[in-house]
Design a protein around this ligand. Structure first.
Ligand code: HEA
Ligand code: HEM
Ligand code: CU
Length: 662
C-alpha cells in the first residue's frame, strides 16, 4: 500500500530536483499566505462580489493585467534560469530535460499567458471608453473569456507542480509531442491549458469585433475611430480567423495522444508536416495579433505627445488591415528548410517581404507625426521613441530571415532567437508598457512615479541590447537554439556572458517597475482632471477612474480626435456645435447595465476540472467537469434576471461626486 502511494506521488509530484522543489515550496507558501490574508481581513465576499463575478470591462481588464504581470514574472524567471545555464560552457545547472521544459514553458507563457492577456487587458480598459460605449457587446461572454484564459493558464502552470512540465518546444512539433516522444502528462497539460484559454481568446476576438462595429458612440464613423481601436479591430479579425485553426490542431493532437489516432504520425498514414503547417497557420498570424495593438498604442501616444494629429490616418488603417491579411500567407517561412521546394519557398519569401512595406509605412507615419510637433517626453513617449529603432532593426533581421536561401543558414540559430525577441520585446512588450503607463491614470485615478519609471525604462532598454545584440553574432558563429550546453572550444562563452548580464539588467528593470507601482500607491498622487495627458480621444473626456457606466450621456461624435477638437473649440471660445450641445443637454436617462454573474467563473473552473481529468485520464473527473460545464450553460439559459437599470438620481450623484473631485 505504502509503496503504491509512493509510486503514485513520485509520478504526480515532480521531485528530486532541488530547484523545482524550492519553487514548489515557495508557490505553496504564497498560496497559504494569500488564503490567510483574505480570511484574516474577511475579504472573500468582497473578492467574489466585486471582482470574480464582475462583468464590468474595466475590472476584467485590471484582472487580465494583474494575471499577465504575474506571468511576466514567471516567464522572466524561466528566462534568467536559462541565461544562467548558458553563461558558461558545460555548466551543470539545468540538465537537458529541465532546460527543455523551461524554454517550452517560457515560450508558451510569454506569448499566450503574458502578451495575450496584457493585450486583452488593454482592449478591455480602453476600447469601450475610446469609442464612447458603456461596455463591450457581450459582457457575460467577456467575463467567461477572462476566466477561460485564467483557468487555462492555471492548468498549464499546474504541470510544473503536478506531473511535470511539457518540454517539446512552444509549438509542440510531433512526433516529439506524440505519446511515443513525450509519454508523460506534460504534453497533455499543454494541450488542455492552451485549448481552454484559446477558446477564451477566440471569444474575446469576436466580442471586440462586434463591440467596435456595433457599439460606437452616435456619429462616430469607422474612419473617425481612434487608431488604437482600429488596431484592436485588425488584431481581433485576425484572431477570428487564426484561433479556430489552433483549436482544431490541438484537438487532432489530443486525438493522436488519447485515442491513438494517427493524424500526425507517419505510421498509420498520418504526417507530421500537416501539424507543422497547421500550427504555423495559427502561429504566424499570432505574432501579428500581438504586435498590431502595440502599433495602435504607439499611434495614440505619438499623436498625444506631439500635440498633432496622427500623420497619414488612412494609410495607417490600410497598413493595419493589410498586415492582418498578409499574415495569413506567410506561414511557411518558418520551415523553409523542411523541403517544400524552391517555388513554394519563393512564394512565401515574397509574401513575407511584402509585410515590410505596410510596416514601414507605419514607421514613417510615426516619424512624420513627430516632425515639427510640440514634443514632450513622459514615460509613455519614451517607450514609444525607444521602440522605433529597436523594432526597425528587429523587423529588418526578419526580412533577412525571409530570404529563403539565407534562412538555411539562420534557421534555428541564435540569429533567429535574437530576431524574435527583438520584435517581441522591442515591439510587443515595449508597446504594452507604453500603453500601461499611458492609460494607468485612467484605470486607477492616480499617476505613476515618473522618476522610477525612467530608471525602469533605461534598465529595460540597455538590458535588452546587451542581452540580444550578442545573440545575432552567436547565431552567425553557429550557436543553435534549444541547447543547454556547448563546448568550450566553440568560443561562444564571452558573448554568452554578456548576454546573461543583459538579461539580469532586464530583471532589475522589472524590480524597478514593481517598486514604482508600490511607491506610487504609497504616495498616492490623485489624478483629478480625468485628462492626464491633455489627450485627444474620448476616454479622456470622462473622470478617472471611469464611473461604472462610463458615460452618463453617450457623446455625440463629429470628428476624428473628437475630444481634442472639442477642447480646441472651447479654447477658441466658440459655441458648441448644435448636435453636440443637444446631446450634452439631453436629460439623463436610467442606464441599462448587465448584472454580475458567478457562472463564467464556475463554468471555466469546470473546464479546468475536466481538463485535469483528461490529462490524467480520470474518467470520473472528466464527467464531473463536463457536467459542471453543462449545468453552467443550463443555468445561464434559465436565468432571466441578467440586467438592471441605474436610476437617474444615482447617476446624478456619481457625476456630481466626480465633478467635485475635479
Ligand atoms: C511580434 C512578433 C513578430 C513580428 C512583428 C515579426 C515580424 C517579422 N518576422 Fe518574425 N518571428 C517571430 C515573431 C515576430 N516576427 C517569432 C516568435 C519567430 C520564431 C518562432 C519560432 O521558431 O519559435 C519568428 C520567426 C521568423 C522567421 C522564421 C525564421 C526561421 O525559423 O528560420 C522569419 C522568416 O521569414 C521571420 C520574418 C519576419 C518578418 C519579415 C517580419 C516583418 O513583419 C518585419 C517588418 C518590419 C520591418 C522590415 C521594419 C520596418 C520597416 C521599414 C523601416 C521599411 C523599410 C524596410 C524594408 C523595405 C525592408 N520571422
Ligand atoms: C525578458 C527577457 C527575456 C530573456 C532573457 C529571454 C530568454 C530566452 C531564452 C534563453 C530562450 C531559449 C533559447 C534556446 O535555448 O532556444 C528563449 C526562448 C523563447 N522566448 Fe524568450 N526571453 C525573454 C523574453 C521573452 C518574451 C517577452 C517573449 C514573448 C513575448 C519571449 C518568447 C520566447 C519564445 C517564443 C521562445 C522560444 C521557445 C522555444 O524554443 O520553444 N521571450 N527566451
Ligand atoms: Cu512568421
Amino acid at each position: 500500500m505504502w509503496d503504491k502511494i509512493k509510486d503514485f506521488s513520485s509520478e504526480f509530484f515532480v521531485t528530486g530536483d532541488p530547484l523545482i522543489l524550492g519553487a514548489q515550496v515557495s508557490i505553496g507558501l504564497t498560496l497559504v499566505a494569500i488564503v490567510f490574508t483574505l480570511t484574516y481581513f474577511k475579504k472573500w465576499r468582497w473578492l467574489w462580489t466585486e471582482w470574480l463575478t464582475s462583468v464590468d470591462h474595466k475590472k476584467i481588464g485590471i484582472m487580465y493585467i494583474i494575471a499577465s504581470i504575474l506571468m511576466l514574472f514567471r516567464g522572466g524567471v524561466d528566462a534568467l534560469l536559462m541565461r544562467v545555464q548558458l553563461a558558461a560552457p558545460e555548466l551543470e545547472f539545468l540538465h537537458a530535460d529541465h532546460y527543455n521544459a523551461i524554454f517550452t514553458t517560457h515560450g508558451v507563457i510569454m506569448i499566450l499567458f503574458m502578451a495575450m492577456p496584457l493585450m486583452f487587458g488593454l482592449f478591455n480598459i480602453v476600447v469601450p471608453l475610446q469609442i464612447g460605449a458603456r461596455d463591450v457587446a457581450f459582457p457575460f461572454l467577456n467575463s467567461l473569456s477572462f476566466w477561460m484564459f485564467f483557468f487555462g493558464a492555471m492548468l498549464f502552470n499546474v504541470s510544473f507542480i503536478i506531473g511535470g512540465s511539457p518540454d517539446a518546444g512552444w509549438l509542440a512539433y510531433p512526433p516529439l509531442s506524440e505519446l511515443s516522444g513525450s509519454p508523460g502528462v506534460g504534453q497533455d497539460f499543454y494541450i488542455w491549458g492552451i485549448q481552454i484559454s484559446g477558446i477564451g481568446s477566440l471569444a474575446t476576438g469576436i466580442n471586440f469585433v462586434v463591440t467596435i462595429l456595433k457599439m460606437r458612440a452616435p456619429g462616430m464613423k469607422l474612419m473617425q475611430m481612434p487608431m488604437f481601436s482600429w488596431s484592436v479591430l485588425s488584431s481581433c479579425v485576425t484572431i477570428m480567423f487564426a484561433f479556430p485553426i489552433l483549436t482544431v490542431t490541438l484537438f487532432l493532437l489530443f486525438l493522436d495522444r488519447y485515442l491513438g489516432a494517427h493524424f500526425f504520425t507517419l505510421d498509420g498514414g498520418g504526417n507530421p508536416m500537416m501539424y507543422i503547417n497547421l500550427i504555423w497557420m495559427w502561429g504566424h498570424p499570432e505574432v501579428y495579433i500581438v504586435i498590431l495593438p502595440a502599433f495602435g498604442i504607439f499611434s495614440e501616444i505619438v499623436a498625444t505627445f506631439s500635440k498633432k494629429k496622427l500623420f497619414g490616418y488612412k494609410s495607417m488603417v490600410f497598413a493595419l488591415m493589410s498586415i492582418s491579411f498578409f499574415s495569413f500567407f506567410t506561414w511557411a517561412h518558418h520551415f523553409f528548410t523542411m523541403g517544400s521546394g524552391a517555388n513554394v519557398n519563393a512564394f512565401f519569401a515574397i509574401t513575407t517581404m511584402i509585410i515590410a512595406i505596410p510596416t514601414g509605412v507605419k514607421v514613417f507615419n510615426w516619424l512624420f507625426t513627430m516632425y515639427r510637433g510640440k514634443l514632450s517626453f513622459p514615460t509613455p513617449m519614451l517607450w514609444t521613441i525607444a521602440f522605433i529603432p529597436c523594432f526597425v532593426v528587429g523587423g529588418m533581421t526578419g526580412v533577412l530571415l525571409s530570404v529563403a536561401p539565407a534562412d538555411f543558414q539562420f534557421h534555428n540559430s541564435y540569429f533567429l532567437i535574437a530576431h524574435f525577441h527583438q520584435v517581441l520585446i522591442g515591439g510587443v512588450v515595449f508597446g504594452y508598457f507604453a500603453g500601461l503607463y499611458y492609460w494607468w491614470p485612467k484605470m486607477f485615478g492616480f499617476r505613476l512615479h515618473e522618476g522610477l519609471g525612467k530608471w525602469a525604462f533605461w534598465f529595460w532598454n540597455i538590458g535588452f541590447y546587451v542581452c540580444f545584440m550578442p545573440q545575432y553574432a552567436l547565431g552567425l558563429m553557429g550557436m543553435t537554439r534549444r541547447f543547454n550546453e556547448y563546448d568550450f572550444d566553440m568560443g561562444w562563452q564571452p558573448l554568452n556572458v554578456v548576454s546573461t548580464v543583459g538579461a539580469f539588467l532586464m530583471g532589475l528593470a522589472f524590480i524597478f517597475q514593481v517598486w514604482q507601482i508600490a511607491h506610487s500607491i504609497k504616495f498616492f498622487k490623485k489624478e483629478t482632471s480625468g485628462d492626464a495627458w491633455d489627450g485627444r480621444t474620448l476616454e479622456w473626456s470622462i473622470p478617472s477612474p471611469a464611473p461604472m457606466y462610463n458615460f452618463a450621456r453617450l457623446p455625440q461624435v463629429t470628428s476624428q480626435d473628437d475630444w481634442w477638437e472639442k477642447k480646441q473649440r472651447r479654447l477658441r471660445g466658440e459655441a458648441e456645435l448644435p448636435e453636440v450641445a443637444a446631446a450634452e443637454q439631453a436629460p439623463l436617462e436610467p442606464i441599462h447595465m448587465p448584472r454580475n454573474s458567478g457562472i463564467p467563473f464556475i463554468m471555466s473552473f469546470s473546464w479546468f476540472v475536466a481538463g485535469f481529468g483528461f490529462v490524467w485520464d480520470w474518467k470520473w473527473m472528466i464527467v464531473v467537469g463536463l457536467a459542471g460545464v453543462i449545468i453552467s450553460m443550463l443555468a445561464r439559459s434559465f436565468s432571466y434576471n441578467t440586467d438592471y437599470y441605474i436610476p437617474v438620481d444615482e447617476v446624478e450623484r456619481t457625476e456630481a461626486a466626480a465633478r467635485g473631485a475635479h
